[in-house]
Design a protein around this ligand. Structure first.
Ligand code: PEP
Length: 252
């Protein structure tokens, strides 16, 4: 079986001044060594990416964007492209976060395009999938996750997952303080992996599937102990260095 290196990625969302972010980056950098088993990454708002690049260059911590345009350049006011993120040393970019899907109308087709735009410039997309509370209560969790995954699979193929990360983020657990139980999360992670395995078992075994949704220092260990949970995508708890580092160390 292929060993999957855990990844803990912080999604800072729209938070942080330059001063606060500099302190946060210094704190995270101090706590992560190049010998850590788990990989750590931060995804700050666009304007703080140059600061992250400056602070984290040469460290074991990677950085990435929270979104990208499907276009490379041109008359797209307010947008940021994959080549721009790459130019600032980003390794990762989050695509299809539920806030993008629900607040900014990103549908499966748009997310799929963004996934391709990221890979086209050598960025690793962190593809977010997950169901709402209403969908869970209607027993549609697997159908929703399958639909979100299949959109990408049918356009970009299973081989594209060699250079991608998946984040299972139940929408009802994001920013709510409600975490999926380790078993609830594991069940969906297992389902995602088995769906990939129908196309290619080796790729399915090597694809990292992160859990996201109110993961914090106090619940990380139990979630990360699940067989198919390969790290976390962390919102609120990634804004405090000690909390984020506790999660990173739990993934080690
Ligand atoms: C997220 O936004 O990806 C997330 C998981 O947020 P939180 O950890 O705050 O629930």
């Amino acid at each position: 079986m292929t060993k999957r290196r855990p990844l803990v990625a912080g999604n800072w969302k729209m938070n942080g001044s330059r001063t606060e972010s500099a302190a946060l980056l210094d704190g995270i950098k101090k706590g992560i060594s190049s010998t850590s088993k788990a990989e750590a990454a931060v995804c700050p708002p666009y304007v703080l990416i140059p600061l992250a690049a400056e602070k984290l260059a040469g460290s074991a911590v990677a950085w990435g964007g929270q979104n990208l345009s499907v276009h490379k350049s041109g008359a797209f006011t307010g947008e940021i492209s994959g080549p721009m993120l790459k130019d600032y040393g980003c390794t990762y970019v989050i695509v299809g976060h539920s806030e993008r899907r629900t607040l900014y109308g990103e549908n499966d087709a748009m997310v799929t395009e963004k996934y391709g735009a990221a890979q086209a410039v050598g960025l690793i997309p962190i593809l977010c999938v997950g169901e709402t509370l209403q969908e869970r209560e209607a027993n549609q969790t697997e159908a929703v996750v399958a639909r979100q995954l299949d959109a990408v699979l049918s356009k970009h193929g299973i081989a594209s997952f060699k250079n991608a990360v998946i984040a299972y983020e139940p929408v009802w657990a994001i920013g709510t303080g409600k975490t999926a139980t380790p078993q609830q999360a594991q069940d969906v992670h297992r389902f995602i992996r088995s769906r990939l395995a129908t196309k290619d078992k080796t790729i399915a075994e090597s694809t990292r599937i992160l859990y996201g949704g109110s993961m914090k220092g106090s619940n990380a260990k139990e979630l990360l102990a699940q067989a198919d949970i390969d790290g976390g995508l962390i919102g609120g708890a990634s804004l405090q260095a000690d909390e984020f580092l506790t999660i990173c160390h739990a993934a080690d």
